[in-house]
Design a protein around this ligand. Structure first.
Ligand code: 5GP
Length: 218
């Protein structure tokens, strides 16, 4: 097949499905936001949930907020790539943005829990990059939760119990980072993404590119 020089020099790649999990308060939201702001090849997956909207959240941006009936229908219609019960509410990842991103060679970032990461593995394992963020200590985690100033003592105690539960799944992830210092942690996440994108199997235009460099006989 003849490729014009512009085709041969185009660098194309397969998209990544980047799962970032952590207990609440370990810095996942901040790191996700910073990643997205600086890299327009990554889009955030917006989940559907039956959890009520919290102050400051927006429909379609933080979640698609739906009732139980709609969630049931979405399950029946096969609209989720995964869904799970997380502490009393249901959360699910819509299928079509994932399919679109993979077809177009773009990346998607998922803020989902260990149950979601586990369910993506069988169908999307070759595209998956799983990263778990640990807090430097439980007292620092509690300090960060209190510093938000949004939750009562009871809610914080509950979040600490949930955090221990989420952390207990750390060993199911490929990459585990201790989020001691935010900028350092963000750099590490970026380095992981850069190296995952550079894997030979993910670069789909290398053969014509290299032929353009050294000729077709090699
Ligand atoms: P929150 O209610 O605090 O926004 O989220 C609670 C937990 O649900 C977080 O650990 C978050 O990662 C997880 N979560 C959010 N969306 C999904 C989803 O679509 N699937 C799964 N499995 N977990 C999710």
């Amino acid at each position: 097949m003849d490729l014009s020089p512009s085709d041969a020099t185009t660098r194309r790649r397969r998209g990544l499905l980047i799962v970032l999990s952590s207990p609440s308060g370990a810095g996942k939201t901040t790191i996700s936001r910073m990643l997205l702001d600086a890299d327009d090849e990554i889009a955030m997956s917006v989940s559907a949930t039956t959890r009520p909207m919290r102050p400051g959240e927006h429909e379609g941006k933080d979640y698609h907020f739906v009732d139980d009936e709609v969630f049931d229908q979405m399950i029946r219609d096969g609209e989720f790539v995964e869904w799970a019960n997380v502490f009393g509410y249901r959360y699910g990842t819509p299928k079509s943005p994932v399919k679109d991103a993979l077809r177009e060679g773009r990346d998607i970032l998922f803020d989902i829990d260990w149950q979601g990461a586990r369910q993506l593995e069988p169908d999307f394992g070759e595209h998956l990059v799983t990263i778990f963020l640990l807090p430097p200590s439980m007292s620092e985690l509690e300090h960060r939760l209190r510093a938000r100033g949004t939750d009562s003592g009871e809610v914080i105690a509950d979040r600490m119990r949930r955090a221990a539960d989420e952390i207990s799944h750390w060993a199911e992830y490929e990459y585990v980072l201790i989020n001691d210092e935010m900028d350092e942690c963000l750099d590490k996440v970026r380095a992981i993404i850069a190296s995952e994108r550079s894997k030979r199997v993910r670069q789909t235009n290398l053969v014509p590119f290299v032929r353009g460099l050294i000729g077709p006989e090699h």
